[in-house]
Design a protein around this ligand. Structure first.
Ligand code: FES
Length: 174
């Protein structure tokens, strides 16, 4: 058995550091069989009446509600501007954009290509990933240019009592 070097040479505190991610993609035969058995299980469960919800949970695609967290006061964010925040934990960076008077959108701002932070470019009305020139539609989170193929996971927000609150997270697609 080869001794693969899975060690990370320093603390991983940067989205561009993707040594672990490369190794995650490597499947040996046992890993492949486990994946196959897991896929068969998910398929079996998803054919049950309540299966769609259960399968989403298994795959980590479901939405999850967290304690509501205030992001910003409505009066402190102008139309067209954005605010960075952390949600659901202090380690998950996210971005809120006010697209119009009543429309707010929020996303986890880690690019779905290799997880670089994504920025709101007001002039272009687009979310841009500087690492490999990925772009995302601010209204939907869908990729519009560059290597990303999956949408940015959305964060559901609510406006109440003059504040904008983060409520739910759509988890990353596998
Ligand atoms: S990490 Fe965003 S485009 Fe590559």
């Amino acid at each position: 058995m080869s001794d693969r070097n899975n060690r990370v040479p320093f603390d991983e505190d940067n989205y561009t550091h993707n040594i672990n991610r490369n190794n995650e993609r490597m499947l040996d035969r046992r890993g492949f069989m486990k994946t196959l058995a897991g896929a068969a299980g998910v398929f079996a469960i998803s054919s049950l009446p309540w299966g769609a919800v259960a399968a989403k949970e298994l795959l980590g695609l479901g939405e999850k509600e967290y304690p509501h967290q205030k992001i910003v006061n409505v009066k402190d964010i102008a139309i067209g501007d954005s605010v960075d925040f952390n949600f659901p934990s202090e380690h998950d960076s996210a971005i809120l954009i006010r697209l119009s008077d009543k429309r707010y959108v929020a996303y986890q701002n880690a690019c779905t290509h290799l997880r670089c932070p994504v920025y709101w470019v007001k002039e272009e009305k687009e979310m841009v990933c500087p690492c490999h020139h990925g772009k995302f539609d601010a209204g939907t989170g869908a990729p519009t240019a560059g290597p990303p193929r999956r949408p940015l996971p959305g964060i559901q927000v609510e406006v109440s009592n003059g504040g904008v609150y983060a409520v739910k997270v759509k988890r990353y697609e596998a």
